[in-house]
Design a binder for this molecule. Structure first.
Ligand code: ADP
Ligand code: MG
Length: 375
């Protein structure tokens, strides 16, 4: 436990260092005034004790009003076309009405859950404070429990959306990994070194071997980025208090969310502090005990999934499909180098071992206590 979470406890609102929040900051007063006015906020205090940071991704600001704190976010370019913004806002809206951990989206005077200003899209949500994930067992179980809750609710959401038109915005893990491999391969800043070619060709060959593997999973709306930096926890109880960042949500297989969270909550990815930036050394395996804990908690609470070997196979296949893409995302963002990837390629064989271990331990565990498929 705690292998990859050495960061000291941080409470958002008192110490935001290392957080994605600091990547950038909506600092231009006129912009801020105009955006907030669209949401009916005319008097506010920008929480200015947070230092200003800059990055290529999206800006945020915390604003204080007489009614409390709000979190303003400029949507990243990749997620700000009308169809995506609309889908994500509807999904977050639906969930926030049923799950208090999902922040409420404020509406503009016209009733829209977002505003376009200049050429960017902004959303304003209620502010939730909590502490970061530190690999504690209770946090892990609570994260899994809440993922199951989200998925349980998603079926109702899809029904509601489909009744007024077909829900779109599909998520495709193979295509996404392929895109990141391509991006890393095309990087002009990296040389045509042997190490680069070897790393890329290994990842590419691995992805090709997986392309037809994943069986169709359980399809519904999914979060799409259920990783530690998008959740906050109660410092006292370890329960999830906030679930954020619906920029990557869409229609997909629940196995995609489960796979991503198994990697990211169970020491399969190494992050820089409490951010979503990856760090070297690249983790070589998912922690077996943590994975067991996460999956048990998820399956106990997911109302639609039965834990059988096909479910485990689909989740492990998903991990195998996502991993090459995540590695290349790390390269593209400059989080680590090709050599780091090469030395961590045994992640793939270790994940195969995890597959058999999960089947043995989870499924035998169930049989022993006389229960059938559901834990
Ligand atoms: N409504 C909110 N209340 C409190 N903290 C939030 C809120 N929304 C996001 N955060 C925090 O800010 C961080 C960055 O926001 P996020 O939406 O995840 O942006 P990014 O797309 O850059 O990852 C999150 O990791 C979360 O910890
Ligand atoms: Mg985020």
């Amino acid at each position: 436990m705690n292998r990859h979470y050495k960061t000291p406890k941080r409470i958002y609102g008192s110490d935001l260092n290392d957080s994605d929040l600091l990547l950038n900051y909506v600092e231009d007063k006129e912009t801020l005034d105009n955006i907030l006015a669209s949401f009916g906020i005319y008097s506010y205090k920008k929480i200015s004790k947070y230092p200003v940071h800059y990055s290529a991704t999206c800006k945020k600001a915390i604003v204080g009003t007489k009614d409390g704190l709000y979190f303003l976010k400029e949507k990243a370019k990749y997620s700000d076309d009308d169809r995506k913004v609309d889908f994500c806002a509807k999904y977050q809206d639906y969930l926030s009405n049923r799950l208090r951990q999902v922040p409420t989206l404020l509406k503009t005077g016209d009733g829209n859950p977002y505003v376009r200003y200049g050429n960017r899209v902004y959303i304003l949500s209620s502010y939730i404070s909590g502490s970061c994930f530190m690999g504690k067992e209770r946090q892990l179980e609570s994260a899994a429990y809440h993922l199951a809750k989200i998925h349980n609710l998603s079926f109702g959401f899809i029904k509601a959306v489909n009744s007024v038109g077909k829900a779109t915005n599909k998520i495709n893990s193979v295509a996404s990994s392929r895109r990141f491999i391509q991006l890393a391969d095309n990087l002009t800043s990296t040389s045509k070194s042997k190490i680069k070619q070897l790393a890329i060709s290994n990842l590419d060959t691995h992805l090709r071997s997986m392309e037809d593997r994943p069986q169709p999973g359980v399809s519904t709306a999914i979060h799409g980025d259920y990783i530690p930096s998008n959740l906050l926890f109660s410092p006292a109880s370890g329960e999830v208090v906030g679930i954020f960042d619906f920029d990557n949500c869409g229609i997909g297989y629940i196995e995609k969310d489960v796979a991503e969270s198994l990697m990211s909550f169970c020491s399969g990815l190494n992050y820089k502090g409490s951010s979503s930036n990856l760090a070297a050394p690249i983790s070589r395996k998912i922690d077996n005990a943590q994975a067991l804990s996460f999956l048990s908690s998820y399956c106990r609470n997911a109302e639609f999934v039965t834990l059988d070997k096909n479910f485990i196979d689909r989740v492990i296949d998903e991990i195998m499909v996502q991993w090459p893409g995540i590695m290349c995302l790390g390269i593209v963002r400059g989080d680590f180098g090709y050599l780091d990837i090469l030395s961590a390629l045994d992640f793939i064989s270790n994940t195969e071992t995890l597959r058999s271990s999960l089947k043995k331990n989870l499924l035998q565990g169930i049989n022993k206590v006389g229960k059938n498929v559901r834990l």
